[in-house]
Design a protein around this ligand. Structure first.
Ligand code: SF4
Length: 364
């Protein structure tokens, strides 16, 4: 055994011993089952464990397996996910569950490669499920692991480059291969990052692998890793379409774009083909009146800086909104129209952007 192997083996041993004594109890951790680990890991990627754990218990009590998740009505899923961050993650979980029920006859995959085929399941989650449930020696690399590994390696720069990420992955892969408990090893590295090797003020004095840490030796722990370069902001101009008919407001499910899966006003990008189709459709409705609302609003989603305006279309009382719905649905990529009375609109809106649009519309 080389010196390097000996050091790596010692690190794995020390880390596992620390984990065994310090791990936080998680409902998907003991006697891990693939469905529970899958749901638990996705849930905890976005929110604190304090919030995720009780919500996890409610979620799996109501949806105990992939078949139940696949069949869950949207309003129920939304309620179960409320407060857990981006709903897109819940939708992806359900997409994955439907793949399992439809394409795998209900049988969850038994390997990391199999989990990577599940829609919405990324490399971290796939590796966590495979290592925890099947003992597969695959590294699970999340933000915590990047931080711990980059400090252990003393990577003063280049952490976020392709090569830097490959180096970190290889570091984790080499060590998980040495472990007889790969699921515990992956969790231990993640847990160390979350509780000891914290972003600010890492507790190096309590670290079980401090003797192997280059950043600590160099006195550089709090400078590694360097902040991740921000994605350049993108300015996007959108138009929220407020359709009014018989005193009611049309809301619909957006099927594409950054609001995909949420319910609210149809939204089009200014100057796009969809925007032109919208005006064309509304222009062909006899008696329809269209006006642009005064003012504009701003909203940010990830790196999108959104500048929003509002188009109000008053549809005639005669004629069926269904015809409009079908045409607009096809042209704008929206579905499931519902017509809400004015008082109930705000509660039915599914995105902060819609609420800003409504604030603008209701402004005196
Ligand atoms: S010694 Fe400090 S910086 Fe190094 S891994 Fe441990 S906690 Fe992190």
């Amino acid at each position: 055994m080389t010196r390097r192997d000996k050091n790596a083996t010692a690190l794995v041993r020390d880390l596992l011993a620390w984990y065994s004594a310090h791990k936080r109890p998680l409902p998907w951790r003991d006697a891990p089952a693939p469905y529970r680990v899958w749901v638990g890991e996705v849930m905890s990627q976005q929110t604190t464990l304090k919030v995720a754990v009780p919500r996890f218990e409610i979620f799996v009590a109501r949806l105990p397996d992939a078949a139940a998740l696949a069949a869950c009505p949207e309003d129920v899923l939304r309620r179960l996910w409320a407060g857990l961050g981006y709903y897109a993650r819940a939708r992806n979980l359900q997409k994955g569950a439907r793949y399992v029920t439809d394409d795998l006859a209900g049988a969850l995959p038994g390997t990391c490669a199999g989990w990577l085929d599940v829609p919405g399941c990324g490399p971290y989650t796939a590796a966590m499920v495979a290592s925890m449930c099947f003992g597969e020696r695959v590294p699970a690399v999340d933000g915590n692991v990047v931080r711990v590994a980059s400090r252990l390696l003393g990577m003063a720069e280049g952490v976020w480059t392709k090569d830097g990420q490959a180096r970190i992955r290889e570091f984790a892969a080499e060590r998980v291969r040495l472990s007889d408990a790969p699921g515990d090893f992956n969790q231990a590295l993640m847990e160390l990052g979350a509780t000891v090797c914290r972003k600010a003020r890492p507790a190096c004095g309590s670290c079980p692998i401090a003797s192997a840490c280059r950043a600590r030796e160099d006195g550089a722990a709090d400078r590694i890793p360097q902040p991740r370069p921000r994605k350049a902001g993108v300015d996007t101009r959108v138009v929220c379409v407020v359709l009014l008919a018989r005193g009611r407001v049309a809301l619909a499910r957006r099927e594409r774009g950054f609001l995909s899966g949420t319910v609210g006003f149809p939204v089009v990008t200014e100057g796009s083909r969809e925007a032109r189709d919208l005006l064309d459709i509304l222009g062909r409705i006899p008696g329809a009146r269209i006006r642009a609302a005064q003012g504009a609003f701003r909203h940010t989603i990830t790196h999108h800086r959104i500048h929003g305006s509002i188009l109000v279309a008053l549809l005639p009382a005669r004629g069926s909104p269904r015809v409009v719905e079908a045409e607009l649905g096809r042209a704008l990529g929206v579905s499931d129209f519902s017509w809400s009375n004015r008082a109930g609109v705000r509660d039915a809106l599914g995105a902060a952007l819609d609420r800003k649009a409504l604030d603008l519309l209701e402004a005196p």
